[in-house]
Design a protein around this ligand. Sequence first.
Ligand code: CUV
Length: 626
Amino acid sequence: MAFNDKILEKSIDPAVHQMLDRADQLGMETVWDRYEKMLPECGFGELGVCCRNCNMGPCRISPFEDEGPQRGICGATADIIVARNLIRMIAGGAAAHSDHGRDLAHTLLLTAEGKSGGYEIRDETKLAALAEEYGIPTADRSKEEIALDLARAVYAEFGKQEGPLQFTRRAPQQRVDQWHKMGIDPRGIDREIVEIMHRTHIGVDNDAVNLILQGLKASIADGWGGSMVATEISDVLFGTPEPVRSEANLGVLKADHVNIVAHGHEPVLSEMILAAAGDPALVARAEAAGAKGINVVGMCCTGNEIIMRHGIPMAGNFMQQELAIITGAVDAMIVDVQCIMPALGDLCECFHTRFISTSPKAKFPGAVHKQFNEEDALSIAREIVGSALDNYANRVPEKVFIPDEKTACMVGFSAEAIIKALGGTLDPLLDAIKSGAIRGIAGVVGCNNPKIRHDEGHVGLVRELIKNDVLVVTTGCNAIACAKVGLMLPEAAEDAGSGLKGVCQALGVPPVLHMGSCVDISRILTVCAAVANALGVDISDLPVAGAAPEWMSEKAVSIGAYVVSSGIFTVLGTVPPVLGSPMVTEVLTQAANDVVGAAFAVETDPVKGAGLMIAHMDEKRKALGI
Ligand code: CUV
């Protein structure tokens, strides 16, 4: 099929081209159309110089020094306003990840108390390891007793008033000392987020550097706190991921099955949807309705959670959520929290698709709300799946259009799985890094953003990295982009430089390792900490770098901040709203090196972005003498 340039320039993904053409034929609007209507985007907002933190304003600072207001009504300069706005983004992102972690802790608590409706403790090895980390006795105790203590200890991390977060102590001692010295070793997770909201209130913290330091502190509480809690407790409850094969892209929808898309973030919901969809009684009901079975597929980070634990296929990343509905083949789109477009409601009304919200925290126009709770988890999940089955009869066959596109992938490389693939120790990885077979390790993560041709930033950057012998670890929407183009197959080693290719072929792994959802960037931190500790250096000494080629969410801002705070140079592919303050820009791209041993760079060209990362790795290799 040939498509016009207007379609081709929006994405590199042939499934997206077909669906955008279909949307045009049906006269339907998508995120790309709304983006175009928004252009030109607000210049003050882009620069970060508008302030709505009090009602004397809104204020906006002129970008021209010789013309227009240089201060807000309270006297705040562009530096202050930009810094305040930036750290409020961090607060939003850290809150989202951490609340996700809190929900997992809550589920573990209920499970330990025997009050949850269908959850179990699946990974006792991880439970025991975490208990030891927290100093919880394990000898002669049941898994429930241990889990109860662990859940309470983890829960307490959120509201802790003093003292450090336990998981931050996984970081090398030098790193912890540096955080301590700079006053950014976080206390309770909630406390650091609240303090951002306090400090950015009118008339409180009016020192850009002091504001940014608090932003870094809260972000560390996200990465080494809330997100790490989310990852670790998910593993305890649902199992630690191991390599598994599956498929990705919209072609995983099936014309002759009941299709359920699980979209959002928390595995607390999606695990139960899967359990219900496997219930023989419900499968029989689907068959009685004329379907061949129930096909659950994932989207966005929920997709990452269920593909890596169960091999459940992945329908697509952030920019594909509307396109899934436009296939006309989705009987229910089930959502919880985060990255769910409110546009889905209107779109579902054009099809038979039932849009089902489940979280008391996230309701949507046009959605049916079926409130989920952990106590009655399985029975609610059965009802939700049942409602998808009932809706199958309403599907209009003439409206169904499913692109063929889907690609095989190998996913599920938790830190534990990586060590296992290496034969039980990190040594083969360390040796490959020392010998130069692996030049460095890159964490490439983050969202999609219509400012960038869909998936081009992700795939372009990752291809350039592996070609240059950089092992890539990935999560989030980058992971999905890589899966769709076949980069997550062992065969993709052919596209890697000769050193990386040899390592991948010897181990039978892809050059791009899927480590999970956005909260699972904590897995990348854990691996970096383990490598640094094994070499007796700080994370900032390692030949590692991070990138978010198409980022858009506040969570991504918090992620970027904690990755840099952990000592990892990070390249952003879309420009953050900070350029209105040359001073804040300088702090983030230069001065941060003196504070945390790493900084940000912004590079919208993915190949050049990869070049910056590789140059950074070479510099670190030289300093290490390898
Ligand atoms: Ni949590 S945060 S668009 S789904 S990676 Fe994808 Fe990942 Fe960004 Fe959202």
